[in-house]
Design a protein around this ligand. Structure first.
Ligand code: PEP
Ligand code: MN
Length: 365
């Protein structure tokens, strides 16, 4: 389904930030005490931060974890505004949170990953925001479902939210992985392709889940032309009441931001002509790849006919193992990773299997 979003450019959002990249949102995972919130905010106000974040209502995986201080924290955020001049943001997960946040003049809202999976909850928040002019960010749903993410953005846009952005915070997977939430970069890239004007921030804290990964993820996001970062910063991270492993001190935050290399978008003329030549080469090889796939598929179809005539099953497991192993070995000798080769061949093989299954089950009418 093709849709468009009616979006207001960031320059008109009323944030301190204008043209430069990245837009920076920083602050603790959770508001814990008034002192913790104000200490973090005063430190961050000295830096290039556009919006101060703190979670008031915390969606936690298990009960008996700290579930946020609740509405009292909104007063602390009002104090942050008054004392530091920073704009403030918090997460809302239902209509009640939304009304409370609006009542306390919170400047920016975000919808968390556990809420954006639920169209009922998102619609309820959207309805509460009807006619309100406030920036809203939608985190990706915890499962890798781009349509669901887009659906949540559309629900907000339909009630008139045009200061709208997305936050890429990674996707859940089962078992131990290097990341707390797998980045699946191809999903935000596809979101960007579909909605080039949509602001997309990256949340390295929730993707990485640990401090040591924050820089690498943030730099990658910048190199992929994300518009900004939302990073969890706490005055005493080890003692944080939630997400302690991934939070950093204001000093570490400053160092991270200073170390980022913000590369150009390559608008200069000489960049264009050199890239043009290289891209022509890529186009040429892409065309050859498609033609080779077509030729290969024709042979797979012939094999399908043969299997049909001889009443053979489609999946010949030994043959498939042989193809996969020899392709991976050849790929490795040419510097291609086994992951890449195996992914491509599994996709090609699956398509052949589907087509051959159609052939052997074909009925003549
Ligand atoms: C958060 O930003 O603290 C948070 C709860 O994030 P997410 O919804 O991405 O888990
Ligand atoms: Mn958090």
């Amino acid at each position: 389904m093709k849709t468009e979003l009616n979006l207001l450019p960031l320059a008109n959002w009323g944030l301190k930030h204008t043209e430069q990249r990245p837009l920076l949102i920083a602050g603790p995972c959770s508001a814990e005490t008034e002192e913790q919130v104000l200490t973090a905010a005063h430190e961050l106000a000295k830096q290039n931060v556009s919006v101060f974040r703190a979670g008031i209502w915390k969606p936690r995986t298990r009960p008996n974890s700290f579930e946020g201080v609740g509405s009292i924290g909104l007063k602390w955020l009002s104090n942050v505004k008054r004392e530091t001049g920073l704009k403030v943001a918090t997460e809302v997960a239902n209509a009640k949170h939304t009304y409370e946040a609006l009542k306390h003049n919170i400047d920016v809202l975000w919808i968390g990953a556990r809420t954006s999976v639920n169209p009922f909850a998102v619609q309820e928040i959207a309805d509460a925001l009807q006619g309100v002019d406030i920036p809203v960010f939608v985190k990706n749903p915890i499962n890798p479902d781009l349509e669901l993410w887009i659906g949540a953005l559309e629900r907000l846009n339909k009630v008139g939210i045009t200061k709208l952005g997305a936050i890429h915070r990674g996707f859940s997977s089962y078992g131990d992985t290097a990341f707390r939430n797998a980045p699946n970069w191809q999903i935000p890239i596809e979101l960007k392709r579909r909605f080039p004007e949509l602001l997309i921030l990256n949340d390295p804290s929730h993707i990485g889940g640990k401090r040591s990964l924050l820089f690498e993820i943030s730099q990658k996001a910048m190199d992929m032309d994300f518009d900004g970062l939302i990073i969890e910063v706490h005055p005493d991270p080890d003692k944080a009441w939630s997400d302690a492993k991934q939070q950093i001190t204001p000093e570490q935050y400053a160092e991270l931001i200073d170390s980022l290399i913000i590369r150009s978008k390559g608008d200069a003329q000489y960049v264009h002509s050199k890239l043009f030549d290289l891209r022509k080469k890529i186009d040429h090889f892409d065309q050859e790849l498609v033609e080779l796939l077509e030729a290969r598929m024709k042979v797979a179809l012939e094999i399908g006919e043969f299997k049909r005539e001889n009443n053979m099953i489609v999946l010949q497991n030994n043959r498939w193992s042989e193809i996969l192993e020899q392709s991976i070995a050849l790929g490795q000798s040419k510097g291609l990773s086994p992951e890449l080769v195996s992914k491509i061949f599994k996709a090609i093989h699956q398509e052949s299997i589907n087509k051959q299954t159609d052939i052997i089950n074909r009925v003549f009418v």
